[in-house]
Design a protein around this ligand. Structure first.
Ligand SMILES: NC(=O)c1ccc[n+]([C@@H]2O[C@H](COP(=O)([O-])OP(=O)(O)OC[C@H]3O[C@@H](n4cnc5c(N)ncnc54)[C@H](OP(=O)(O)O)[C@@H]3O)[C@@H](O)[C@H]2O)c1
Ligand SMILES: [Zn+2]
Length: 341
């Protein structure tokens, strides 16, 4: 089959387009999927680059946002049906797995991420049968290929932080996957959003998807802008997916008693922060890791009901995965980049 495996971690050059990669054979608990689209996430870059202390086998195929059709019937899902893959892998046997908190399972990992499961940069992929979700007719393949990482994480953040109508939330990276997902879902729930961009060329995009305020982080000091917008009170919550360079801004921007969802490391993974400010403001910090399969099912219904249509930056063929990674790594995208198989 055609696929883009990596044989080691590294720069863009480790992504190798191949015509004759072996087609996977599912074991009895798995199912073969013919991949139609694979959405890109920043996770794909981390997986390609590797994370110290996490070892995976090679060759490995990245890509966690998988949409395709099943090559055999399973449960009530007939052969050929359109499916979305829940990307979380867990033991299915511990209390967390039984209670719908499988992201807390000791064995939790992500298909196509730094796990033993290959992902969607390929014509075919095998996944555990229990990971497939039948797609409703109303949700297109392209739309579906954005949901299972960015939108699922955003959905989980809104639930875990109990964000509600009229709350104000600061969101970094309006043009990125998680940023866009947070803005669109928040809008649908009446949550006010203040988002950031790094270039004015992204301004229209950020407003189009529903931001109430947009701050160009290269031109303005975010915390000062937040102070002005919120009349000195601060935001109810911050979705901090940038990490190292933003954590202190998040602490300074959130109101007393506010919440921070720490969920990404786009700008680096180690941070010094002002502990005294943190506890004096009685901030609550939440670590967030995607969401459960049950939450993905809830999200699909929500997206369908509210008619949330993610913006697609571009759709590239499998042979251009390198170009897709390059664009994402440079932060040039406005919305999701999809690979069409
Ligand atoms: N915890 C989870 O389960 C989970 C799930 C999804 C994603 N994530 C993490 O969240 C992050 C974003 O993921 P993604 O897939 O949405 O990535 P993405 O599409 O590449 O978007 C990242 C965005 O971050 C913005 N950015 C870069 N540097 C920044 C900085 N110093 N300050 C503020 N914004 C900055 C960029 O926009 P501008 O350049 O315009 O500012 C870019 O749009 C990644 O670190 C990813 O690993 C975690
Ligand atoms: Zn488990």
């Amino acid at each position: 089959m055609r696929a883009v495996p990596i044989y080691s971690h590294g720069d863009l050059n480790v992504l190798r387009y191949e015509q004759d990669f072996p087609t996977p054979i599912p074991n009895p608990s798995e199912i073969l999927i013919r991949v139609k689209y694979c959405g890109l996430n920043h996770l794909d870059i981390w997986t390609r680059l590797g994370i110290p202390g996490i070892t995976i086998g090679f060759p490995h195929i990245c890509g966690s946002d998988i949409v395709g059709s099943v090559e055999e019937e399973y449960a009530e899902i007939p052969k050929g049906s359109r499916v979305l893959v829940y990307p979380g892998i867990c033991c299915n046997d511990c209390d967390n797995c039984r209670n719908g908190t499988e992201t807390l399972c000791r064995d939790f990992s992500i298909i196509g991420g730094l796990s033993k499961y290959n992902g969607g940069y390929a014509e075919y992929v095998t996944v555990p049968k229990t990971n497939i979700i039948s797609l409703p007719r109303e949700i297109s393949d392209e739309q579906a290929a954005t949901l299972s990482i960015s939108y699922l994480t955003a959905w989980n953040i809104i639930k875990k932080l109990h964000l509600k109508e009229n709350d104000t939330v600061l969101i970094y990276g309006a043009s990125g996957g998680l940023g866009m997902a947070m803005i669109q879902i928040s809008k649908a729930l009446g949550i006010r959003t203040i988002s950031t961009i790094s270039d004015d060329s992204k301004l229209n995009f950020a407003y189009d998807i529903g931001s109430d305020y947009v701050i160009n982080r290269k031109k303005k000091e975010i915390a000062l802008e937040i102070e002005k917008i919120t009349r000195g009170i601060g935001v109810d919550a911050v979705v901090d997916n940038a990490g190292q360079k933003t954590l202190n801004t998040s602490i300074n921007s959130v109101r007393k008693g506010g919440k921070i969802a720490l969920c990404g490391t786009t700008s680096g993974s180690e941070a010094n922060f002002q502990i005294r400010t943190f506890y004096s403001k009685q901030i609550q910090l939440f670590g967030i890791l995607i969401g459960s399969k049950l939450e993905l099912l809830e999200l699909i219904n929500f997206v369908n009901e509210k008619n949330i249509v993610p913006k697609i930056d571009s759709v590239l063929p499998l042979a251009q995965v390198r170009q897709a990674h390059d664009k994402l790594e440079k932060g040039e995208q406005q919305g999701k980049i999809l690979i069409k198989i």
